[in-house]
Each structure stands twice: as C-alpha cells, then as structure tokens.
Design a protein around this ligand. Structure first.
Ligand code: ZN
Ligand code: ZN
Length: 235
C-alpha cells in the first residue's frame, strides 16, 4: 500500500460523484446502475456473445479490424462524463485508477483473457508536443492500471503518432476520419513484438472511432491475431 496515497485518502477521502458516499469516485452501487451489462455487437446493438462484432456489421467500416468492442458506460451519463473530464486534470488522475478497476472486472466477467502472454495492452499515442504540454497521456495511465490489474504486459512504444492532427471537435465525422488517416505508424521492431498477439486498445472516451480505427488498421498490417477495444464510455 502506498503510504502517501493512504494519507491523502484520509485527509481528503474520495467521494462518489453520484451519491457522495466516501472511498470511491464512483461507488460500486452507483456504477452498477450505469454499467452496460448486456453482451451486444457495438454496431447493431443486437445481442452478441462476448461482444463480438458481427462480420456483416463491421465489414468495410472503420471498425472492421476489431474483433470486439467493450464499453463500460454511456457517455451521455452526466456523472461518467464529468468523471472523465476531471480525470484529465492532474490532481484528479486517481479517477483513472478507479475506472481501471471497474474496466478490468468488466472484461474479466466475460473473457478470461488466457493465455496472458498472448495479450498486449496499448493506448492511443498522443503527439509528443501535446503530451509534453499536458504532462501526461491520460489514456496511457488508464491502460497501465488496467495492465497491472489484469497482469497483462503493456507497451506504449508500438504505435507512434507521426502527424499532428488539428483539434477535432469542430469537424464533421467525415472530416475527422480524413484528418486522421496516415497519422499513425508502427515503430521499429513493433512488427515482431505484435505478431500472433491479441492487442487490447484502452481509451477513456470514443465518439467517432476515427483514431482507434486507424490504429487498428495500422496494427492489422502485421500479423496481429485479435484486436479488442476496451473503453470507459461511448455513445
Ligand atoms: Zn455512489
Ligand atoms: Zn452487429
């Protein structure tokens, strides 16, 4: 147990964003109400065992390189949206650890992820200047916590962002997708590290899938087995 962290928890205990109970940013009871429990295909929203995307649903779309997409909660949920927003500020980074705990249990509930040595966890890379400005890549922090909990190795050196992409929020869906194409590439030696592995891409929020879809496309050019997206919130 990290002593500094324990002291911090005693002086300023975490409070549930929803019910205000202490010790969690979102307590298990409040999460339970918001968690997306049913196993569906993310695209058609129809039942699909273990969240597998139907072949016909993903074929020819930006999601075609994914085997499954697992989402913890809906982004339109106000508390979830606020938690994610706050996790991007340095002093609230601990939120990511709580969310990692929930995401890990969520995926393990449906899949035992064995053998572990066949898996690698990654996070979408940030352009180096952006990471330098913020001081950290919050998706990497989330992914690291998840890797620890699942006891699966993580590697953030496999994919790099080679093109700076403009702020995306004011662009249309088509513009965003175009903007992101060719902005990622595999790094040297990544090829041999990812061959025959299953890759879990971890992120906090996904809306257009342009970024993660492009990363999956780049990965799939090597002999990657399965690609899974594990996300806190989406629509
Ligand atoms: Zn609560
Ligand atoms: Zn489907």
């Amino acid at each position: 147990m990290n002593i500094l962290k324990t002291i911090k928890d005693i002086i300023a205990p975490k409070k549930c964003y929803s019910c205000k109970k202490e010790w969690h940013f979102l307590c298990p009871e409040c999460l339970q109400k918001r968690q997306l429990h049913s196993e569906i295909c993310y695209i058609c929203k129809k039942p699909s065992k273990n969240f597998l995307l139907h072949y016909n649903c993903k074929k020819g779309t930006i999601l075609e390189y994914f085997e499954k997409i697992i989402i913890l909660a809906h982004y339109k949920d106000n508390y979830i949206a606020k938690l994610i927003k706050d996790s991007k500020y340095n002093h609230k980074k601990d939120i990511l650890e709580d969310m990692a705990h929930y995401l890990s249990s969520h995926i393990l509930h449906f899949d035992n992820l064995l053998p572990k040595e066949e898996y690698i966890i990654i996070a979408p890379p940030m352009y180096f200047l952006k990471k330098w400005k913020r001081g950290y890549n919050h998706s990497e922090i989330l992914a690291k916590h998840i890797a620890e909990k699942l006891q699966i190795p993580y590697d953030f050196s496999l994919v790099k962002k080679i093109k700076y992409t403009r702020q995306q929020s004011h662009l249309t869906k088509e513009q965003r997708e175009k903007n992101i194409i060719s902005s990622f590439s595999l790094t040297k030696n990544a090829n041999q590290k990812i061959q025959w592995k299953n890759i879990i891409i971890v992120d906090d929020v996904v809306s257009t899938w342009a970024t993660i879809g492009e990363i999956a496309r780049v990965l799939k050019k090597s002999w990657v087995k399965k690609i899974v997206a594990l996300i806190i919130a989406s629509d």
